[in-house]
Design a protein around this ligand. Structure first.
Ligand code: G6P
Length: 602
């Protein structure tokens, strides 16, 4: 999804700061980019394609200036072309605007502005903003008043940054789309460096001191920072400190962020459990949810987080608490009776528009809300009654890996702390503490790469599992399709014979998760036999307790664990399969086509 960067008082490093920042935001997904700097005059360079294309254009025609804004665009209105890339200018070329989100009333504004003689050069909704500012300037407004006047006319979601005329400032505002300000060091002239971005990694190498802008607030970045409300009254903002360092947003020698993040899972798990799950006492302390004891639960989430929600449903139901999972985008359309349900939004970014809007819907209907997120200061974090942080550290690869694992661990902590019995806690906590080591042993010994070598050019990939392994089957398929662009589907093992079996042939490897040696495992082995009889190659992801291996062509081994923990382990093997299949096919693993890390439109 689109990314914004801006900086003031960086002197000669302005352009470099903007372009490096855009590179740091690449993981959000984009198809064009651009920068605008204010020097002697306002200048803009923008281009379709990768940041490398922008760098090439800038080499031909370098820009300089004391402040500027930059943008990576993920197309919504109009195709990825040079003209549609941001920043967008007014008719005079003196106002530059970058925008994330969607301006819903843009067509009416555009018609009106065109009627007033304004000329548009792009298909975007964003372009109305510089023209609105230009119109207000023409009516005698100051740059700041013109910016406020333009923002007041917008409906929809936006994070907007603008450079207006020769005013030595960046103006910014947000509504339903994240914007964070970085407070940098004081420079020689007594001015302070300030940064502005849609996400902290864009400027983390320069500062870890951040201020999260709230909906309806305005910021003016110049030698000093001023944050005001919609009436222009000053707002006191808290300066937060980011816990992770810039190193954590680098690749540390791995070929891809995703592979690095898969390997970071033991640490991410330890961070999630640390100080919360006490093995000796068999207790779980979660300050955040101390007084939460839900009588029923609704989960709202999208993508990978929805699969974590399905897993959470099992946990709550096993504990006797009715629970349902919804695609957040469907929540408002089905309007389920909420009653006294706790509504839990699972979202690693905390910014997924579908999820944020479902949580708002729930709140408007009187529900108590809880965010399970990786992102402190995100919209979900700030708007929900409670937040449970998964503490996985920054995840850059578009396809979620360690954050899914973190979500599963955090959901265990949640049910153990709120609805599960002391006896269950004593059984489960030691298993959770074993997880980091068990994940590490899989990372050390996995033969997923060999299996990917054998099957990477298959026509289709199926994944099956029951109980806790069903969400893992869905997630295994999603991971594979996201990063390899190969067809993959996940099914509950029992449902395979009710239709999908018609698609199974000798070019359809079936990955079957079979752990333990109970009724669930025996039934899944039965399903393996069904596909084996149709000549499908079978890869059993198993701890070896059942006889699944007898019917499998290949085995991906996991250590023995209780069922809920085994699901975390089988998933790690499937992440590695997806990664190596995609790598074999030479795909853009960290930035898959058409996808974005943080989807801030509904
Ligand atoms: C996007 C990403 C998915 C992610 C989903 C939900 O579609 O490409 O990988 O699972 O958003 O993201 P969230 O931040 O809400 O967990």
């Amino acid at each position: 999804m689109c990314g914004i960067i801006g900086c003031v008082n960086r002197g000669e490093r302005t352009l470099e700061t903007l372009v490096d920042g855009l590179e740091r935001l690449e993981y959000r997904g984009y198809d064009s980019s651009g920068v605008s700097l204010l020097g002697e005059e306002l200048s803009v360079t923008k281009t379709a394609g990768k940041i490398a294309d922008l760098r090439a254009a800038l080499e031909e025609r370098p820009l300089d200036g004391r402040l500027g804004v930059g943008h990576t665009r993920w197309s919504t209105h109009g195709p990825p072309t040079d003209e549609n890339a941001h920043p967008h200018l007014d008719c005079s070329g003196e106002v530059a605007v970058v925008h994330n989100g969607i301006i819903e009333n843009y067509q009416g504004l555009r018609d009106e502005l065109a009627g007033d003689g304004h000329t548009f050069t792009s298909d975007t909704d964003t372009e109305v903003v510089p023209h609105l500012i230009e119109r207000a300037l023409g009516r005698g407004a100051s740059p700041e008043a013109a910016f406020r006047d333009a923002i007041a006319q917008l409906e929809g979601s936006y994070a907007i940054a603008a450079v207006v005329g020769d005013e030595e400032a960046i103006f910014a505002a947000r509504s339903d789309s994240p914007l964070v300000i970085g407070v940098g060091k004081e420079c020689a002239e007594g001015d302070r460096e300030y940064f502005l971005a849609s996400d902290v990694p864009a400027f983390r190498e320069y500062t870890g001191k951040v201020i999260y802008l709230d909906d309806g607030e305005f910021a003016r970045l110049e030698s000093e920072l001023a944050v005001t409300d919609s009436d222009g009254q000053p707002v006191e903002k808290t300066v937060n400190t980011v816990e992770w360092d810039a190193e954590e947003t680098g690749k540390s020698g791995y070929d891809h962020f995703m592979l690095k993040e898969i390997h970071e899972q033991p640490r991410a798990l330890r961070q999630c459990l640390s100080g919360r799950a006490d093995e000796l006492a068999g207790t779980v302390e979660l300050e955040e949810v101390d007084d939460v004891s839900p009588s029923s639960v609704h989960f709202v989430a999208m993508g990978t987080s929805y699969h974590a929600a399905l897993y959470g449903v099992h946990l709550f139901q096993q504990a006797g608490v009715p629970a349902q999972a919804f695609h957040a985008s469907e929540y408002a359309t089905v309007t389920p009776p909420i009653g006294d349900a706790l509504v839990i939004g699972i979202t690693q970014s905390g910014e997924t528009a579908d999820t944020v809007s479902a949580l708002r819907e729930a709140r408007s209907r009187g529900a108590r809300t809880l965010a399970v997120t990786n992102t402190v200061g995100s919209t979900a974090d700030r708007e929900c009654d409670e937040t449970l942080l998964i503490q996985s550290g920054p995840e850059i690869g578009v396809a979620a890996s360690k954050t899914f694992t973190g979500q599963l661990a955090a959901l265990n902590l949640l049910t153990l702390a709120t609805v599960e019995s002391g006896r269950t806690r004593r059984d489960v906590v030691p298993e959770l503490r074993e997880l980091p080591g068990r994940v590490q042993s899989i990372l050390d010994d996995s033969n997923a790469e060999e299996i990917a070598d054998v099957y990477h050019d298959s026509r289709s990939f199926f994944f099956i599992g029951r109980s806790y392994q069903y969400p893992v089957a869905l997630e295994g398929a999603l991971k594979l399709k996201e990063i390899s662009y190969e067809h993959a589907e996940g099914f509950s093992a029992g449902d395979l014979k009710h239709g999908p079996l018609a698609l199974v042939d000798d070019d359809t490897p079936v990955f079957a998760m079979v752990t333990g040696d109970d009724e669930i495992a025996r039934k899944t082995v039965g399903n393996i036999k069904e596909v084996e009889a149709r000549d499908a190659p079978v890869v059993a992801v198993t701890d070896g307790q059942s006889n699944a291996e007898l019917y499998a062509d290949h085995v991906l081994r996991i250590p023995e664990a209780i069922p809920r923990a085994a699901a975390v382990l089988t998933n790690v093997q499937l992440q590695l399969v997806a990664y190596h299949v995609a790598d074999n096919l030479g795909r853009s693993i960290d930035k898959p086509r058409n996808l974005a890390k943080s989807v801030t439109v509904e």
